[in-house]
Structure formats: C-alpha cells, structure tokens
Design a protein around this ligand. Sequence first.
Ligand code: GUN
Length: 292
Amino acid sequence: MAQILDGLKVSKEIKQEIQLEVEKITEAGKRPPHLAAILVGENGASKAYVNSKVKDCKEVGFVSSLIRFPDTVCEKELLAEITKLNDNEEVDGFIVQLPLPKGIDQEKIINAIDPKKDVDGFHPENFGRMALEMEAFLPATPYGIMTLLERHHIPTRGRHCVVVGRSRIVGRPMSILMSSKGNPGDATVTVVHSHTRNIEEYTRNADIVIVALGAPKYLKADMIKEGAVIIDVGITRVEDTGAKGYHLEGDVDYESCEPKAGWITPVPGGVGPMTRAMLMKNTLLAYKRFNK
Ligand code: GUN
C-alpha cells in the first residue's frame, strides 16, 4: 500500500507559516500583502478557482481584489486594466485567470504583466529565469509539487522522473524544476506527450511519474513500477447525478495504482491545495521584495 503525499496537510502548514509572517508585518504597522485577480467571463471552473484564491487570501490575512469582465471584453480594455495593476503600488501581485475567451491573444496579455508582479510565473521573463536557475516566480503547480516532495523527504537526486504532458503551466516547467540543481531536483527527466510512442515503456521505468494531461484515470497500474512515486495533477470535472452535478477526477487510476505505488497523491487533497498555497507564497515573496 502506498504512503499518501498529503497536499491538504502540507498546504495548511504553508498557509499557517504565511499567516504568521503577515501577522508580524501588520503588527509592525505595515500594510498586508495584496493579490489581485482578473476574471473574464463565466467559466464555472475558472470562477471556482478564483473564488478559492480570494478565500485563501482572507485565510492568510492578505488583501484581495477581484476584477471581473464580461466575455465580450476587448483586448485593449484588458491591457488597460493590466497597466493599472502594474502601476498600482498597493498591489503586490496579480493573476489573469486562464483560459481567456477566443479572440483575445493570451500571449499578449501575459506579456503585458510586470514580471515583478507575475505571481503565476507565466511571463516569459520568469519562465526564462526559472530555466536558467535564477531567482524567479515559479508557476504554482510545479512549485507546489516540488514543495510536496521536499516536505515528505522524497529523494529525487539521480532518480528517473517521467513527466506526462508538456503544457506551459505544468508539464514543461515541472520538467525544468526536476532536472534543475537542488533537492528536490537533480533528477533525470523524460517528458512524454501526445506524439510519444508507447508512453507506458517510459512510465514503467520511472521512479517518479508526474501526470498532467487532463485525461481521467489515464495512468493504470500496469504502466507503473512497483514502489514508484505517483503525482496526479489532473482535476477534470466529470458530470454525475449528484447534488453538484459533477465530481473531480484525476489523471491517475488511483484504485489500481495505489496498492502498487510507494507514494501517491490523492485527488482531491493532493496537488490542488498545494497549487493554491504556492500562489499565496509567491504573493508574499512579491510583497517582501519591495517592502523590506
Ligand atoms: N488556469 C488554470 N490554472 C491556472 C493558474 O494557475 N493560473 C491562472 N491564471 N489561470 C489558470
């Protein structure tokens, strides 16, 4: 039976550490950190994510602002709002919730964010700095996974890590962080994706498998090695007949993989809460950088 990589527990510890720091800041008579979020349209998952980010801010003692636009908003209006947030000295960091409606150039929007306030770590400057192993805002999900491994003392040095998926938000940055110098880090990394032949031949030889595909129950027991560390980034909304009308499903077939794995993340309660906690951490870092 696998041991659980408990994201809920670790995320609570991290939020508590942040909360303590915020208490010290406000006790010294300084303003608390401030995170702003831009939300465009009515996408249910995006609304839920942003609402939980606002809730997390409250929990750790941050100020938060939610700026909403209808999905008819034009690029120019969004860019004007980003300029305002870039210039607002009372805002330490902000995010633009993705995806954006069709017709809006996501790249142009992300590139307009001041890298010093880019707490999502999506700006090319932060991504490049991360790849060069310079100080940078790390994207919250990969940063959360690194922290989860660190706090469970999972060795990664010299281990073979297979990352399934090459997205800008998770797979690609994950592969960079795992192969970077450090602990966790120093792993031998293979990235597999939609054009990889026989993915299972790679995952079966992996000490650590990180799956970020958005394909429910994709990773089965016969695709992993006995004792492997299994990290599930998937959170697909699957419709059901329950009160909510949906439930969340991971990319890992937990039931079949759990008895064979050495360590495994549950869904929910694994990577998701870690992502949320690391956004708070990045906001605190953004604040501290300019309010020493
Ligand atoms: N959409 C899905 N994940 C994220 C995230 O981490 N940040 C933003 N801004 N949008 C997302």
